[in-house]
Ligand binder design. Structure first.
Ligand SMILES: Nc1nc2c(ncn2[C@@H]2O[C@H](COP(=O)(O)OP(=O)(O)O)[C@@H](O)[C@H]2O)c(=O)[nH]1
Ligand SMILES: [Mg+2]
Length: 467
């Protein structure tokens, strides 16, 4: 086993899939990254995936299922990462009054170990193998910060301020900025007022559907809230004597890159073997063309993190290794009757294609599918004014039961992506609805995990070949 020390002081090799698969001493480890923008469905996905790998009756699409003899949780390898709160999330989803888990805003990890009967030629010679699946949940927003690494403070400021110019959400920040002389000595209250107003702008812009909201940690600060490394804002270029506000913000920006962005990519991102990117495409379609276009460009940004060679820092981290498979999954497909799933798949393919075509994923295998990690609805077909409508039925979060027709998604995804890209404000010929269904109350038979749509197919794509 070769252990290489890389430029950024990272030691790789020990935990990489290929090296461990061929190593007779240690069990193979698969690090599965789960990402997506806030509310995309990461927490629900991981909870349901783990539950369905522990009780596998609903996982026929994972080809190795009959050979898995046991699956159990183990202490995770990284002592300093929060543990993914699997037990509580599952309890919430499967209680008598089921509810969705509360939003999570940081990175977490969980190790699931699988005992697998080897297949093929070696089957007769080998006993059971243990494969460790380390699942890492991290906010997609953090990937957007990758673009900062190539930019100094002046460049980032200029770009960000140019965008603010046309955004109403930035009014308050602009007012405060206009009243600030950045060449004056730093005063901490001024710094805080600016940073607060800028963070406020980022949050409103994000809520309004914009996703180019760097620095990503301003939106999801965790325990760094209020620290100097998150207390800066873009400033127009100008005089910057020593001790000035400008100099200090420049320093904090560099510190943000060095102490937050780089460690995340080095310690977590660069160790990922397989990646799923969850996308709430239906939510964006419901919100309208600008949200769809914004989602498309955010996906392109997120995916650029997987494009090695584009970024010297990343290339140095990944040396000799890469993310081997990337799956783009449109989540919450249970909002649609299965008759419409091919259309949703075409849309997620279209959203990802842009990035996939341009991207050199260094040979990574990519795929796209529509899934529901937790199926909250049942299907129903009804006659309505002489037409046949394919509906889904479920319990809304307000407790009422409802049957629901979300609108007909076009067979040709360019009917949606085209107008979105061209800057349309509303959909011309259709209206798309989403409803927030509560998780359905489920009675699980022994051996059954929670109901889902194509979670087994997703698992097969992501880890099937390694089991
Ligand atoms: N119907 C349905 N809703 C889902 C599903 N997955 C997620 N959701 C909804 O999306 C919300 C956000 O999911 P969550 O996993 O917390 O997103 P995260 O922020 O990416 O971790 C949930 O509260 C649910 O309302 C699913 O499979 N089916
Ligand atoms: Mg979450």
């Amino acid at each position: 086993m070769v252990i290489g020390t890389l430029a950024d002081g990272i030691t790789r090799g020990i935990d990489s899939v290929t090296s461990t698969l061929t190593s007779p001493i240690s069990d193979p480890v698969i690090r599965l990254g789960v990402t997506g923008l806030s509310r995309a469905g990461k927490t629900v996905f991981i909870t349901s995936l783990v539950a369905n790998l522990m009780d596998r009756a609903r996982m026929p699409g994972l080809i190795a299922t009959p050979r898995i003899t046991a699956a159990y949780l183990q202490p995770q390898p990284d002592d300093t990462l929060p543990r993914f709160d699997f037990e509580n999330h599952l309890a919430e989803l499967t209680s008598d009054t089921p509810d969705w888990p509360a939003g999570t805003r940081t990175i977490s990890e969980l190790r699931l170990s699988l005992r697998v009967q080897p297949s093929g030629l070696l089957a007769g010679f080998q006993g059971l193998r243990t494969v460790h699946l380390d699942i890492v949940d991290y906010p997609g927003e953090w990937l957007l910060d990758l673009s900062l690494l190539d930019k100094d403070f002046a460049t980032w400021s200029a770009e960000t301020l140019a965008r603010l110019d046309i955004r109403a959400q930035a009014e308050h920040f602009k007012t405060i900025l206009a009243a600030t002389d950045a060449s004056q000595n730093l005063s901490e209250p001024t710094a805080q007022r600016l940073a607060e107003a800028f963070t406020g702008y980022l949050n409103t812009a994000r809520a309004d559907g914009f996703s180019d909201c760097t620095p990503g940690r301003f939106l999801l600060p965790g325990d760094l809230a209020g620290s100097p490394v998150l207390t800066f804002a873009p400033l127009p270029a100008g005089d910057s004597p020593r001790r000035s506000l400008y100099r200090e913000f420049e320093r904090r920006y560099d510190s943000y890159k060095r102490n937050i962005v780089k460690p995340f990519f080095r310690d977590h991102f660069a160790k990922i073997d397989r990646q799923i990117v969850l996308v709430d495409a239906l939510g964006a379609i419901h919100a309208g063309p600008p949200a769809v276009e914004d989602l498309r460009s955010a996906m392109a940004d997120i995916l650029s993190a997987f494009r090695l060679g584009k970024n010297a820092f990343l290339t140095s981290l990944f040396r000799g290794k890469r993310v081997e498979r990337i799956l783009f999954a449109a989540t919450k497909a249970d909002h649609l009757h299965h008759a419409q799933h091919p259309q949703l798949t075409a849309i997620i393919e279209g959203l990802a294609r842009d990035a996939r075509d341009r991207a050199d994923f260094a040979g990574a295998k990519t795929g796209a599918m529509a899934i529901a990690a937790l199926r909250a609805t049942t299907e129903e077909t009804r006659e309505h004014n002489g037409e046949t409508l394919d509906l889904v039925r479920g319990t809304l979060t307000n407790g009422k039961r409802a049957a629901f027709y979300p609108g007909a998604l076009p067979t040709d995804p360019s009917k949606l992506l085209g107008p979105a890209r061209a800057g349309a404000e509303t959909w011309l010929d259709a209206d798309y609805e989403v409803m927030t269904f509560a998780p359905a109350k489920i009675d699980l038979k022994p051996g059954e995990g929670p109901p889902h749509i194509r979670l087994d197919k997703a698992a097969q794509f992501l880890i099937g070949d390694l089991l």
